[in-house]
Design a protein around this ligand. Structure first.
Ligand code: GDP
Length: 295
């Protein structure tokens, strides 16, 4: 995960690690390399620039030039700032409501259906909940089949209504079904498109208004780099969602989405997807991720 970024940041900071004392020039050069590493990882230009500016201010504030171990101090400052950038503390899911309603949003192929299953499985095993999956993709019969396959795999019930082409009505019927059958969490999987379009936004917005979920989660493929951030912004403008799910972090993503998304939409990354299997889900911990990136 983020091997390239880790390597480059390590290289940038390594220069300082070897010095007993450093100069302003050393610091400036290091920060330039840090910025380059972030840009190479697909971090938005403005975010990378502000990041290095903050690191510089902190470095000056903590007398990095006169400390005995400037390298270590700089690593710590960069790590702290990276943690802050990615959201500070880990954010949980809101499980209030009877039942808790969780709405999944995102583009087609982002990993919504897979993640709906992973989340249901996670809530079932870790939080002893009784989830229900609801299939609201009325355009692709294969998407409904896929959710049933996932449900069978994790032994979680799936609600679908194949003849119905109104996703709002299906979502509402799903919630009624959950209430009648003792499910205390309802995960509503919705249709995505290949790109942001008005029709999809209107549909998800209508579902959102009708079911008033406790949690609206936006699922995004971390491999899509800067596009992930732009898509997040578009969905957040319409849904004002509660959290982000970053999928496919097991691939060779450069990491830009993980680093930038929080500061663009000001919503936490709540979970990450790290594989196709139902168990490949992790709660997102910004500080652990920063540790991982900086080794
Ligand atoms: P949806 O269209 O948003 O519902 O996306 P899907 O859940 O169908 O996922 C699209 C593809 O991405 C499928 O082949 C999934 O197996 C795959 N996928 C989903 N999440 C992950 C992940 O975290 N890692 C990897 N490697 N593949 C994933």
């Amino acid at each position: 995960m983020f091997n390239n970024l880790s390597e480059k940041l390590d290289k940038a900071l390594h220069v300082l690690k070897g010095h007993g004392s450093i100069t302003e020039v050393n610091v400036a050069e290091t920060l330039k390399e840090v910025r380059r590493a972030l840009l190479d990882a697909d971090v938005n230009f403005k975010i990378a620039k502000e990041f290095t500016k903050r690191v510089k201010e902190k470095a000056i504030g903590s007398d990095v030039l006169t400390t005995l171990q400037p390298g270590q101090l700089m690593v710590k400052i960069v790590k702290d700032e990276l943690t802050e950038l990615m959201g500070g503390d880990a954010a949980g899911v809101n499980l209030s409501g009877t039942p808790t309603v969780i709405l999944m949003s995102g583009l087609q192929g982002s990993g919504k259906t897979t993640f709906s299953g992973k989340l249901a499985n996670y809530l079932k095993t870790k939080k002893t909940k009784k989830p229900l999956l609801v299939a609201c993709d009325v355009y692709r019969p294969a998407a409904i089949d896929q959710l049933h396959v996932v449900g069978d795999q994790i032994k979680v019930d799936v609600f679908s209504d194949r003849g119905n082409n109104d996703p709002v009505a299906i979502a509402q019927a799903g919630i009624a079904h959950a209430k009648a059958n003792g499910h205390n969490v309802v995960i509503v999987d919705t249709a995505g498109r290949l790109a942001v379009d008005e029709e999809m936004m209107t549909e998800i917005s209508n579902i959102h208004k009708a079911i008033q979920p406790q949690e609206t989660l936006f699922v995004v493929d971390s491999m899509t780099g800067q596009d992930a951030v732009n898509t997040a912004k578009a969905f957040n403008d319409v849904l004002n969602f509660d959290g982000v799910i970053l999928t496919k972090l097991d691939g060779d993503t450069r990491g830009g989405a993980a680093i930038s998304i929080k500061s663009v939409v000001n919503k936490p990354i709540k979970f990450i997807g790290t594989g196709e299997k139902m168990e490949a889900i992790d709660v997102f911990h910004p500080s652990r991720m920063a540790d991982r990136i900086l080794g």
